[in-house]
Design a protein. Structure first.
Length: 483
């Protein structure tokens, strides 16, 4: 049964509940990206520089794997929302766990703090991220033309956090050390949780119900499965089957298997109608294209983090900015362009390009953006002007706005009723595959051969986008009533 909007109170033409979800997502992304942009440096900087002294390949691989694990954990967050707590409460408790993870990173030294902190942040983000997006979808009636505009505004909140987080943590890391940067991330999440509680009433009854409650008879088997999963993971690390060096590849493989399993479950479930099953099939090409897109985009935190540190000139009027500010560059463009895209989609209405065509343009644009880095491949050392990279990031932003908020919106509309939150988790699986792949691909980056690296990865994305464009009519037909 579709949930009704809590009330027709609006702000700028959108449900008032959007403001609360906008705020909590802003602060969660502040903490997430603020931590993520300094994490790689913390792992591979020498101990004299305040880091842990791991190899650079291992460090960027862990960053990619961690990002993938964050999105893998969205399935757990979706399951908890659909079967135990409902979306609204899962968002709150997820934020609490995220805050605990950042505190662990801030106060526990060495790899122990990294392990405890990243696991907690990954689990908490899984609960918050998928459900905040799904909860937003319940504030609009099916077919509401404000859907894409609302999700684009929501995306503005994400990027305000993504912009401000790295600025603050980068400065704190430079002047006082990494642990102060991680502490700032914890404070940011605490602010987000506070505003969420204060303005919780704006959500009305949205996300309060549990759509598919877990029967008491299933509690024992589920608990046994959870314990078994923990034991398997522990044994994998204890025996060396999984280690820090192959973590990104392992993460990618696990998410691929989990995604295939989820598609099979949804396509065979008796709770999914024929129309819903058709929509799930239409989602498969979008899933693949999304993974390709994010495998390039998330290199902001792997390849481009190294590029920022070793190839970019960050001098600004005689002052050198922190290398970690690379994480704040692209969100500037998102903040500027998001309102324009929201207005454009709202004005165009049914005349806007179809969802698969928007996806195809986004993937192609991402490939072209990577090709722009080839123009600087003839230089050496820290000689690439920050202004040039700032311009390239505009292409990243346009591509992202063509794909990511549209993907969030489409997923909520294509989701079967019995799998609403878990369908959003499946969307984040595609982001997770791309994110963990960004760590794997980072191993092939070499400043001496960056022309080939950026050329090949960009070409693969462009080809994937062209293939999706060719399949767009088929995808649109199977979306059954979703534009």
């Amino acid at each position: 049964m579709t949930e009704k909007p809590p009330a027709e109170r609006t702000l700028f033409g959108h449900p008032i509940g959007l403001t609360n979800l906008f705020g909590v997502e802003l602060w969660e992304r502040f903490s997430f990206y603020g931590m993520l942009t300094i994490l790689g440096y913390y792992l591979y900087y020498s101990t004299t520089e305040g880091g842990l002294g791991l190899s650079q390949d291992t460090g960027v691989g862990i960053v990619g794997a961690y990002g993938g694990l964050v999105y893998l954990s969205t399935v757990l967050g979706g399951w908890i929302a659909d079967r135990l707590l409902g979306m609204e409460r899962t968002v709150f408790y997820g934020g609490v766990v995220v805050m605990a993870g950042h505190i662990a990173l801030a106060v526990i030294p060495g790899l122990a703090g990294v392990g405890v902190g990243l696991v907690l942040v990954a689990l908490g983000s899984g609960g918050l991220k998928a459900n905040a997006s799904s909860l937003l979808g319940t504030l609009y009636r099916p077919g509401d033309p404000r859907f894409d505009g609302g999700f684009t505004l929501f995306y503005l909140g994400i990027n305000l956090g993504a912009f401000s987080g790295p600025l603050l943590t980068g400065l704190l890391q430079r002047h006082w050390g990494f642990h102060y940067g991680f502490g700032a991330a914890a404070v940011g999440m605490a602010i987000g949780l506070t505003q969420y509680v204060v303005f919780r009433r704006n959500l009305g009854t949205a996300g309060k119900n549990v759509p598919n409650p877990l029967p008491r008879s299933a509690i024992g088997p589920i608990a046994a499965f959870a314990v078994g999963a923990v034991v398997v993971v522990a044994l994998a690390f204890a025996t060396g089957l999984v280690n820090l060096d192959n973590l990104s590849e392992t993460t990618t493989g696990v998410i691929v298997v989990a995604a295939i399993t989820y598609f099979v479950v949804m396509l065979t479930s008796a709770k999914v109608t024929a129309v819903e099953r058709s929509r799930v099939r239409a989602f498969i090409p979008l899933f693949i294209a999304n993974a390709v897109f994010w495998s390039l985009f998330q290199q902001i935190f792997t390849v481009l983090a190294v590029y920022s540190d070793e190839r970019m000139d960050w001098s600004i009027f005689g002052w050198t900015a922190p290398s970690s500010w690379i994480g704040s560059v692209e969100p500037v463009w998102i903040i500027v362009l998001s309102p324009l895209f929201a207005l454009m989609w709202t004005k165009l209405g049914d005349r806007a390009p179809s969802t698969p065509r928007k996806f195809a343009m986004g993937v192609i644009g991402m490939g072209l953006a990577f090709w722009l880095f080839m123009l600087m491949s003839g230089t050496t050392g820290n000689s690439v002007p920050a202004l040039a990279v700032f311009g390239i990031m505009a292409a990243f932003a346009v591509s992202e706005l063509l794909l990511s908020p549209i993907g969030l919106s489409a997923t909520t509309q294509l989701a079967p009723a019995a799998f609403r939150a878990q369908m959003m988790a499946l969307y984040f699986f595609s982001v997770g595959i791309g994110t963990s792949m960004s760590g794997t691909l980072a191993r092939f980056y070499d400043p001496d051969h960056e022309f080939v690296y950026f050329g090949v990865t960009g070409a693969v994305a462009i080809l994937a986008g062209l293939v999706l464009a060719g399949f767009s009519p088929w995808v649109s037909r199977h979306m059954e009533g979703v534009h």
